[in-house]
Design a protein around this ligand. Structure first.
Ligand code: GYE
Length: 381
C-alpha cells in the first residue's frame, strides 16, 4: 500500500535536481579557488597573457568539473531507475521468448527501468527462490508469471510484509487477491471455449475422437484451456476425448506425447489439440513420421494455441486448421500499471489482454480470422 508513495517519479526528479545543485556548488568552489591561485603565482607572462592563461585554466577546470560531474551523476542516475524483478516461467516456447523480449524492450533503462529478469526454467522451487531474492534486494516492483497456479500464499505474504507491490502476469494463481496488487494476462478458459466453438462449427454433425496434448501440469494456461474446451465438448454427445496428456508446452514434449498416442490410438482419432504451438510442431513431426495426414487436406484436424509467427505460418500453409491466439505482448500494460502505482494514482486490479483466433485459408469462421499473407505480415510477434 504505502510503498508506492515512497517511489514516485516526482521523487526521482527532485533527486536529480538535488544532484545538479550539489554539482553546481562543487563547480562554483573549484572556479573560485583556481583563478585566485593563478592570480597570485609569479609569471613571466604579461598581464594580458596571464589573463588568457587564466581563462584557459578556467576552461580546463570547468571541463574537469563537468567530467567529474558527469562521472558523479551517472551512478546516481542508475540508482534512480525503477527496479523491477520479473520471475519469468522459463524459455519453453516461442510464446515465452516473445514475452521475454517484450519485457526487455519495454522495461529499458531509457524508459527509466532496471529490469532483473530471472528465467526460472519451468522450476517451481527456482521461481519461489527468485521472488525471495527480489524481496531481499528490495526491488521496487515484483512481476511474477507463475509456473504453477498453486502454492503462492507464503511468498506473496513475504513480499507484502516487505512493502513491495506484486503484479501477477500472464498466468493466474489460486490465492486471495489481497495477496497481490494487480493481475495482467489472458483469459485461457475463453481460449479453450473458442477452440471448442470453432471445432463444433467446423465438424458440424461429424463425430470427434479427440486427443489432447496439454500444457505444463498445474499451469493455469493448461488448466484454463482444458476447462474451456471441455465445457464445449460436454455439449456434444458425439465428441469423445480419447486421452489427454501433458507435453509441458515444449516441442519435444509434444512429439513424445504424440508418438505414444499414435502407438495407443492409431486409426482411432480425427482431432488433435495441442495447447501451444511448440507442442503442435512436435505433434506434426510425430504424425509425419507415422504417415498420418493432418490440416485442411489431411485426416486429422489440428488445433493449436498461441498464434505465434511460425504457428500462423503453418496455419497459412493449411497444416494447422485453427490457431487460437494468446497474446504475449503484455509488458506495456504491466508498465502502465506500474506508472500509475508510481504516481500514486488508482490502477486496475485486473487487466485482460485480448486474444483472437485464426484459421487456414479455405475455412470461414464466425470465431476466427482466415489467414492470408497480409495477416501474417501484420503480426507483432
Ligand atoms: O501458451 C505457452 C507458454 O502461459 C499463456 O505458456 C502462457 C503459455 C503459452 O509456454 O506457449
Amino acid at each position: 500500500g504505502d510503498h508506492r508513495d515512497l517511489h514516485s517519479f516526482p521523487t526521482r526528479r527532485s533527486s536529480d535536481l538535488k544532484n545538479g545543485r550539489k554539482a553546481e556548488t562543487a563547480n562554483g568552489s573549484v572556479l573560485n579557488e583556481k583563478p585566485m591561485a593563478g592570480a597570485t603565482c609569479k609569471s613571466i607572462f604579461s598581464k594580458r597573457k596571464r589573463g588568457i592563461i587564466t581563462m584557459k585554466k578556467k576552461l580546463a577546470v570547468m571541463a574537469l568539473a563537468a567530467a567529474t560531474l558527469s562521472m558523479m551523476a551517472m551512478p546516481v542516475y542508475a540508482d534512480d531507475l525503477v527496479t523491477v524483478g520479473y520471475a519469468q516461467v522459463g524459455h519453453e516456447s516461442d510464446w515465452r521468448t516473445a514475452n521475454t523480449q517484450n519485457y526487455q524492450d519495454v522495461f529499458s533503462e531509457d524508459a527509466g527501468y532496471s529490469l532483473d529478469l530471472v528465467d526460472c526454467d519451468n522450476d517451481n522451487a527456482a521461481q519461489l527462490e527468485a521472488v525471495r531474492t527480489f524481496i531481499s534486494k528490495d526491488m521496487d516492483y515484483i512481476v511474477i508469471a507463475p509456473i504453477q497456479s498453486a502454492g503462492w500464499d507464503t511468498v506473496l505474504q513475504e513480499a507484502q510484509d516487505a512493502g513491495i507491490p506484486v503484479i501477477i502476469a500472464d498466468r493466474e494463481i489460486e490465492a486471495s487477491d489481497d495477496l497481490y496488487d494487480a493481475w495482467v494476462g489472458t483469459n485461457t478458459t475463453n481460449e479453450g471455449i473458442t477452440a471448442g466453438n470453432w471445432l463444433a462449427e467446423y465438424l458440424g454433425d461429424k463425430d470427434a475422437n479427440i486427443l489432447v496434448i496439454e500444457g505444463s501440469v498445474g499451469a493455469s494456461a493448461a488448466l484454463g484451456r482444458t476447462e474451456g474446451f471441455n465445457q464445449v465438448a460436454g455439449e456434444h454427445d458425439n465428441w469423445k476425448i480419447l486421452d489427454s496428456q501433458s507435453g509441458d508446452f515444449t516441442q519435444a514434449g509434444g512429439q513424445e506425447v504424440m508418438e505414444s498416442f499414435i502407438k495407443s490410438y492409431e486409426g482411432q482419432f480425427n482431432v488433435v489439440i495441442c495447447q501451444n504451438d511448440n507442442e503442435a510442431y512436435g505433434a506434426m513431426d510425430a504424425m509425419d513420421a507415422a504417415g498420418i495426414t493432418y490440416g485442411v487436406d489431411g485426416d486429422v484436424t489440428l488445433i493449436s494455441f498461441d498464434a505465434t509467427h511460425d504457428g500462423l505460418q503453418y496455419t497459412l500453409d493449411g497444416k494447422i486448421n485453427c490457431d487460437v491466439e494468446c497474446n504475449p505482448i503484455q509488458a506495456e500494460v504491466v508498465k502502465g500499471v506500474i506508472e500509475k502505482m508510481q504516481a500514486g494514482e488508482e490502477f486496475e486490479k485486473t487487466t485482460l489482454v485480448e486474444d483472437q483466433a485464426f484459421v487456414a485459408p479455405g475455412i470461414e469462421s464466425e470465431y476466427a480470422t482466415t489467414m492470408t499473407d497480409e495477416v501474417l505480415a501484420g503480426r507483432a510477434y
